[in-house]
Design a protein around this ligand. Structure first.
Ligand SMILES: Cc1cc2nc3c(=O)[nH]c(=O)nc-3n(C[C@H](O)[C@H](O)[C@H](O)COP(=O)(O)OP(=O)(O)OC[C@H]3O[C@@H](n4cnc5c(N)ncnc54)[C@H](O)[C@@H]3O)c2cc1C
Length: 467
C-alpha cells in the first residue's frame, strides 16, 4: 500500500533552497601564488563558473590541453541536481573527456528505451535505441546526478583543473569592452579577484551572466512548471526494459516522467501548464496526489511505492540568452539556454556545449583573441542543434501532432526523428521539419543567441581594471 505522508508547505522545496546555502572557501581551497603562499589574486588561462556537466566538461577539455583553468563552484560536491535521464549521444562527449569507464562502473540503471503511456494506462511499444543506432552508445543511463556530476568534476581535477568548491562567483570584472576576471567569495566571507582573459559561465539555471546583463529571453510558448519527488519500490519492468523512461500523458498536454534509478528509487515528476496544475489551488502535495490518479499507468506503478522525499517545484521553463558571448566571456549549458525537459536533452546540451566551449576557448587562447566574434561559430552550431530539439518539443505540445500521424504519412522520416530524439542534433533536419509543419506549427528559429559584438553598454559589472 502506497503511503503518502502530508507535507507542510514549508517542506515544499524550490530550486532556490540550494542556491541559498552559504558558501565559502575551505582552507584547502585557498588560492596559492607561484611561491606556494596564499594569494588574494590569481591569474589563469580560463575561469569556469559552475561545476555541472557543462563546466566540468569545458574544464576537462581545457586542462587536457595543458591550459591553466579554475572552476568556481558555490556548492560542496556531491550535491543534488534534477535531470537524471541521459540520451544516447551523451556517450560521445563523455568518451571525449575520458569518463565512460567510470560511468559504466557506477551503479547507474541502464536505459535502452523510451515509452509513452496514455491517460487510460495503455503503453506504447518501447522505443529501443539499438533498433536505430548500431553502437554501444545506444545504451545510456538513468543517473543519480549527485554521483554523475561528481565523477565529471573529479575527472576535471585529475586532468589538472583547479577546483574551488563552496566559492560563489559574485561579479564579472570588466576592463573596457572585455571581461577580464571574476570576483568570488568563499565561506570565510572574503572576496578574491581571479583574472583570466576568458570566463566560461556554466552556472546553470542561476544564469550568472544572463541575469546580471538582462539577457534572458523566455520562450513564450514553452512556459510550464514542474513538480517532482522520489519514491522507493515503484514497479519497474525486467531486463532491457528495467531502465526505460516512461512519459505518461496528462490532459492538456501535461505529462509525467517516471525514471527508474539505482537503489529501487524512481524519480517521478509532472510538467504541465500552471493553469492546469493549479486549477484547484496551490497545495503541491495534493496536486501531485490528484494527478497520480489521472494517469492509470502512473497510478498502478506507484501502488507498492513509498514516497521518500519532499516535493520540488520549478518554473522558468525554456529561455535563451540574448548573447552567447561577449568580450572575454562565453556561456554554456543552462547558463546559455534551457529547453523544456520532455525529451531529456538538457545534460546532452550541457556536455556538448561544454565540450564545444572548451575547444573554442582553447582556440581563442592560441590566437590570443578573446573577442566575442571568435565565438560566432560556437553560437551557430549550438543554436542550430538546439533549434532541432526545440521544434520537436513544440510539435510534442501541439494538439494536432502525433508521431503516429507523421510516420503513417512519412515512414522514411522515422530515422530522422529518432536521430533528433537520441541527441544526434548537429545535422540537417530540414526534410523532417517540412513534414512536421503539415501537422503542427513549427517555430521559426529564435533570432538571438549570437555573440555581443558591438554594444558594450549591454555589459555590466564594471570594476577597476586589474593591476
Ligand atoms: C524539472 C527538470 C527536469 C529535468 N530532467 C532532465 C532529464 O531527465 N534529462 C536531462 O538531460 N536534463 C534534464 N533537465 C535539465 C538538466 O537538469 C540541465 O540541463 C543540466 O543540469 C544543465 O547542466 P549545467 O552544467 O548547464 O548546469 P547545472 O548542472 O545546473 O550546474 C550549474 C552549477 O553551477 C553552480 N553555480 C551556479 N551559480 C554559481 C555561482 N554564482 N558561483 C559558483 N557556482 C555557481 C551550481 O551550484 C551548479 O553546481 C531537467 C531540468 C529540470 C528543471
Amino acid at each position: 500500500m502506497r503511503q503518502v505522508e502530508k507535507v507542510a508547505p514549508s517542506q515544499v522545496y524550490t530550486e532556490q533552497v540550494a542556491a541559498n546555502q552559504s558558501t565559502g572557501l575551505t582552507p584547502a581551497n585557498h588560492l596559492m601564488n607561484t611561491n606556494g603562499q596564499n594569494s588574494d589574486a590569481a591569474h589563469f588561462d580560463a575561469i569556469v563558473i559552475g561545476a555541472g556537466p557543462a563546466g566540468s566538461t569545458a574544464a576537462a577539455v581545457l586542462a587536457e590541453k595543458g591550459r591553466r583553468v579554475v572552476i568556481l563552484e558555490k556548492q560542496k560536491f556531491p550535491r543534488y541536481s534534477v535531470g537524471e535521464s541521459l540520451i544516447p549521444y551523451c556517450y560521445f562527449p563523455l568518451e571525449r573527456i575520458g569518463v565512460l569507464e567510470k560511468i559504466r562502473q557506477a551503479a547507474f540503471v541502464k536505459k535502452y528505451s523510451v515509452q509513452f503511456a496514455g491517460v487510460d494506462g495503455r503503453i506504447s511499444q518501447p522505443f529501443y535505441f539499438f533498433q536505430h543506432l548500431e553502437h554501444e552508445a545506444s545504451q545510456t543511463w538513468q543517473v543519480w546526478r549527485s554521483e554523475f556530476d561528481k565523477i565529471l568534476l573529479d575527472n576535471a581535477l585529475e586532468k589538472g583543473a583547479q577546483v574551488l568548491e563552496e566559492t560563489v562567483a559574485k561579479k564579472l570584472i570588466r576592463d573596457g569592452d572585455q571581461y577580464v576576471g571574476v570576483e568570488a567569495r568563499g565561506k570565510d566571507g572574503v572576496s578574491r579577484s581571479l583574472y583570466a582573459p576568458i570566463t566560461i559561465d556554466c552556472s546553470g539555471r542561476d544564469g550568472f551572466a544572463l541575469k546580471r546583463n538582462d539577457w534572458l529571453v523566455r520562450d513564450p510558448k514553452l512556459n510550464k512548471i514542474s513538480i517532482w519527488t522520489y519514491y522507493r519500490g515503484g514497479l519497474r519492468d525486467k531486463g532491457h526494459d528495467e531502465g526505460a523512461t516512461t512519459v505518461a500523458y496528462l490532459p492538456e498536454k501535461g505529462w509525467f516522467w517516471y525514471l527508474p534509478l539505482a537503489g529501487d528509487v524512481v524519480s517521478v515528476g509532472i510538467t504541465a501548464e500552471a493553469d492546469y496544475l493549479y486549477r484547484g489551488g496551490k497545495d503541491v502535495p495534493a496536486i501531485f496526489e490528484r494527478e497520480i490518479h489521472v494517469n492509470k499507468w502512473i497510478e498502478e506503478h506507484l501502488v507498492p511505492a513509498e514516497r521518500i522525499n519532499d516535493f520540488r517545484v520549478t518554473g522558468e521553463y525554456s529561455y535563451r540568452s540574448r548573447h552567447c558571448a561577449a568580450g572575454g566571456l562565453v556561456l554554456a549549458g543552462d547558463a546559455f539556454a534551457f529547453l523544456d525537459p520532455v525529451f531529456s536533452s538538457g545534460v546532452l546540451l550541457a556536455l556538448r556545449g561544454g565540450e564545444m566551449a572548451g575547444d573554442a576557448v582553447d582556440a581563442a587562447l592560441t590566437a590570443g583573441d578573446f573577442s566575442a566574434e571568435r565565438f560566432r561559430g560556437y553560437s551557430e552550431q549550438l543554436c542550430s542543434g538546439m533549434e532541432a530539439m526545440r521544434k520537436l518539443v513544440y510539435a510534442f505540445y501541439d494538439d494536432a501532432f502525433s508521431f503516429g500521424k507523421l510516420f503513417r504519412k512519412y515512414p522514411d522520416l522515422r530515422s530522422d526523428t529518432t536521430d533528433c530524439l537520441i541527441g544526434n542534433l548537429f545535422r540537417d533536419f530540414d526534410p523532417l521539419f517540412k513534414a512536421v509543419a503539415e501537422f503542427a506549427d513549427v517555430p521559426k528559429p529564435v533570432p538571438h543567441g549570437a555573440p555581443l559584438t558591438t554594444a558594450s553598454k549591454e555589459m555590466t559589472e564594471d570594476k577597476a581594471a586589474p593591476a
